[in-house]
Design a binder for this molecule. Structure first.
Ligand code: NAP
Length: 291
């Protein structure tokens, strides 16, 4: 989802000469293959969007894979970017890096100030290692490697597989199916009380290009809209857009995850970038497009 959005944004800007590989063509976990790839292709700028990604179920079920794949991918790419003198690298993390009970909205300085949310701890630890690795390579070798932490994303190429998807595409799929199959209710995990922020992936891609052009510092930058909704509000919004008239049943035996996750976006704001895409408006557009 993110990689293709960044590509669309760069193409729109008129950039050419992209060097792209699918996971099938190049498994970034394999050190020797990544080394060979960097040796052959003289990369100038790297957007590191490849990762093992998933929602609460995948994060909690495939804990070992999240903690093996992600550090392998990022260690190989970051290290080879240093070896082969990449001019600049942007590492993409996630808002999961923050402690479960961090004050809200989440400021960059809250990193490593408390316990992580247990359901996505392996993913968060991998992402924190990625941020620290970019900073360490900047400190020790002078590399211009930066990190951005996006909030929850949605948009084209999202994952609609209920076993691995995030909450927003999962809700779209569930309401669509319930409507088509005339189901009396849709079951949703948790209580509906957690608050989450959702950003369209094209908005993130725009911020990535902005940071690649303008940001050259250690640490990382939050990327979000600065606005959150409860999962209940989100579910009702999607139900209304899909046009489903049945009930929502909350399965409170399932975990809620972190109670609230709202990014403090003042650092990005001060640099002169702000989100342009409204959640409800774009969701209506995306969902109607899928009909
Ligand atoms: N989605 C979100 O809500 C969200 C929120 C915050 C941050 N992020 C971050 O944004 C980045 C991109 O996420 P996304 O949503 O775009 O996920 P995605 O759609 O699943 O894309 C991840 C990409 O990584 C590739 N990949 C996975 N393992 C690989 C490997 N071993 N070798 C090479 N490529 C591999 C996948 O290739 P295949 O498809 O070919 O397997 C896929 O194209 C991640 O770092 C993620 O943590 C995402």
């Amino acid at each position: 989802m993110v990689g293709s959005a960044v590509l669309r944004r760069l193409q729109k800007e008129g950039f050419k000469n992209f060097i792209l590989r699918s996971a099938k063509e190049l498994d970034l976990r394999v050190q020797r293959d990544v080394e060979e790839f960097f040796k052959q292709e003289k990369l100038d700028y790297v957007f590191l969007a490849a990762a093992k990604v998933g929602g609460i179920l995948a994060n909690n079920t495939y804990r070992a894979e999240f903690l093996y794949d992600n550090p392998m991918i990022q260690n190989n790419v970051i290290h080879q970017s240093y070896v082969h003198k990449v001019k600049k690298l942007l590492f993409l993390g996630s808002s999961c890096i923050y402690p479960k009970h961090a004050p809200q909205p989440l400021k960059e300085e809250y990193l490593l100030t408390g316990e992580l949310e247990p359901t996505n701890e392996p993913y968060a630890i991998a992402k924190i290692a990625g941020i620290k690795m970019c900073d360490a390579y900047r400190d020790q070798y002078g590399c211009n490697f930066i990190s951005a932490m996006p909030t929850n994303l949605y948009g084209p190429n999202d994952n609609y597989d209920l076993k691995t998807s995030h909450v927003l595409p999962a809700l779209i799929r569930k309401f669509h199916e319930a409507k088509t199959e005339n189901k009396p209710f849709v079951e949703v995990w948790g209580t509906g009380a957690p608050r989450r922020e959702f950003m369209h992936v094209d908005d993130l891609a725009d911020a990535c290009l902005f940071l690649m052009e303008k940001y050259d510092k250690p640490g990382f930058v939050n990327v979000g809209t600065g606005v959150d909704v409860t999962i209940k509000e989100l579910a009702e919004m999607i139900r209304e857009i899909v046009g489903y008239e049945g009930e929502i049943e909350w399965d409170t035996s399932k975990p809620d995850g972190t109670p609230r996750k709202l990014m403090d976006v003042s650092r990005l704001d001060e640099m002169g970038w702000e989100s342009q895409i409204d959640l409800k408006e774009r969701l209506r557009w995306e969902i109607e497009d899928r009909r």
